[in-house]
Design a protein around this ligand. Sequence first.
Ligand SMILES: CSCCC(=O)C(=O)COP(=O)(O)O
Ligand SMILES: [Mg+2]
Length: 232
Amino acid sequence: MVKRIVTDIEGTTTSISFVTDTLFAHARASLVSFVRTHAGEARVVSALDAARTEAGDPSLSDTAVLTLWLRWIDEDRKATSLKAIQGMIWEEGYHAGAYRSHVYADVPGALARWKARGIGLAVFSSGSVLAQRLLFGHTIEGDLAGLFDGWFDTTTGKKADPASYARIAAALEVAPHEVLFLSDVKAELDAARAAGLLRVGLARDGAPPLVDHPTARSFDDIVIEGDSVLVG
Ligand SMILES: CSCCC(=O)C(=O)COP(=O)(O)O
Ligand SMILES: [Mg+2]
């Protein structure tokens, strides 16, 4: 029986182009001025320190960390410290009304239907929990954040590590085989399967089907009947 659905964001609920061309571009353009403006704040100091730890070099200056973060943005590195500072920058963007987040048209209806059936919904994204809440709170389809009961980012673990999915199932208080994970990335689906989760791959915008995993083009293609999950 499917009791929880955990969804990825980029490429699954939301287009890769929105994340790359709008969110990452805003973070890149605003990174230096944001960190200089908010330099004394504990959350910024903490992100800078976390970057030094991730880089394995505690002697890095703030300027060197900024250079590193800019490189990591260009490499699409899913570093927890970068994701933390990006979330803070996007908070300003959303609150200023600079953009609303993209979600595919099938997403709000499917989430609402699953929730109405008593299935708990959660997010697992490389984006920070703050960034996740902002994204679903400011979509082109309205505020969807209230549909979710759980939010997981890379502080839970890496998305390609099966242990992350075991931790998420435990946090959601269900067995791994009662969780359906949705993602556009094979390595994430492989890890979820290794941890015993059900999984469906999403091939959005004409992407090819995921190798080794049932693949849907839209949330509307996902049929949940008791213990089985089919792709229609
Ligand atoms: C939470 S919105 C930004 C998502 C993000 O920063 C990212 O790197 C996308 O990762 P995902 O795990 O959602 O594919
Ligand atoms: Mg993704």
